[in-house]
Structure formats: structure tokens, C-alpha cells
Design a protein around this ligand. Structure first.
Ligand code: FES
Ligand code: FES
Length: 171
């Protein structure tokens, strides 16, 4: 057993005792009932389970949750799909996903949303040329698997959010 605490969407959970081998995915879904984070392959291959990690240097990144233990995230700060909407208002990226009909079953959506959000945050700190945008979005979303709608609509949704605010995201 391990003593563990974690901040999720701005709320501290713990300290509490957890099994050493408890995955972060099981902790979110089974302990906290936060089922927005999905469990797909369970092998680090589809990224449907990805969450946002807020790094100490102010950057953000994503991590799968199926192949890492919750204990690995002791003291860390993460965000899940449940944290994107604020005061009942969807984020710009969530709205764009809906406008583009980017998902069908939605199983992959939380992972794409978190990855897209991390990209937006990265570009807001380090803007890129318009000519780099398509490649940058493709590379950011690479690795996320979707069995329903394919990938174009997610790509277009992320692009729309960036192009809607070029001064923020583009050099
Ligand atoms: S469920 Fe975690 S990568 Fe597929
Ligand atoms: S919307 Fe069903 S897997 Fe992507």
C-alpha cells in the first residue's frame, strides 16, 4: 500500500492509502467515478485513456492512464475531460468538436480533447507559422485511435480553434 494524493481538475484527493498496483485509470473510474476517462486497449496503444498532466514548469502534456499506476502520480496535478467545461460552458475545443461532428461513439473523444487542449496551450506559449499548422496538428494527434469517424474531423476542429484566434496561436 502507498499513501497517495493527487490534484484533479483543481481538487485535491487524499492523502489516502491505495494499492501499489492500482492503475491511474482504475483510480479515476472506479474510486472516483470519473468515467469520462475511458479504458480502451489497456496497453498504451490507443490513448483513449489519456489525461492532461500539468508539469511543474508550467507546461502541460498528456499521459495514458491504463499503463501507469496512480502511485506514480502522487503529488501531481492532472486534468480530465470532466474539467474542460467551466461554469456550465463548454470550452472552445469542445464546441468545435460538436460543430464538426467529430465523434460518434465518443470513446476516443476525451483523449483527443485532452491532446488538442495541450496543443493549444503549447502554441499559446510558442506560436508557429501558419505553414506549420497542418503538420503540427497531425503530429499532436498522432497515436490517438478512433474507430468511428476517422481523424479528419478532429483535425479540422482543432484547426478551427487555432485559426479563430491567430494572434494567440500563430506567429
Ligand atoms: S486504454 Fe490506455 S492507451 Fe488504450
Ligand atoms: S468516435 Fe468512436 S472511437 Fe472515435
Amino acid at each position: 500500500m502507498t499513501t497517495f494524493s493527487i490534484t484533479i481538475n483543481g481538487q485535491i484527493h487524499g492523502p489516502m492509502e491505495i494499492r501499489d498496483d492500482l492503475t491511474l485509470n482504475d483510480f479515476l473510474r472506479e474510486y472516483l467515478g470519473m468515467t469520462g476517462t475511458k479504458f480502451g486497449c489497456g496497453a498504451g496503444q490507443c490513448l483513449s485513456c489519456a489525461v492532461i498532466v500539468d508539469n511543474p514548469d508550467g507546461t502541460s502534456s498528456t499521459s495514458p492512464t491504463c499503463i501507469v499506476t496512480a502511485a506514480d502520480f502522487n503529488g501531481k496535478t492532472i486534468r480530465t475531460v470532466e474539467g474542460h467545461a467551466k461554469n456550465g460552458q463548454l470550452s472552445q475545443l469542445q464546441k468545435a468538436f460538436i460543430e464538426h461532428f467529430a465523434f460518434q461513439c465518443g470513446y476516443c473523444t476525451a483523449g483527443f480533447l485532452n491532446e488538442g487542449q495541450v496543443l493549444l496551450e503549447r502554441l499559446s506559449k510558442q506560436r508557429i507559422a501558419r505553414a506549420e499548422l497542418e503538420k503540427t496538428i497531425s503530429e499532436a494527434l498522432d497515436g490517438h485511435l478512433c474507430r468511428c469517424t476517422g481523424y479528419v474531423k478532429y483535425h479540422e476542429a482543432v484547426r478551427d480553434v487555432i485559426l479563430a484566434d491567430p494572434q494567440r496561436y500563430l506567429a
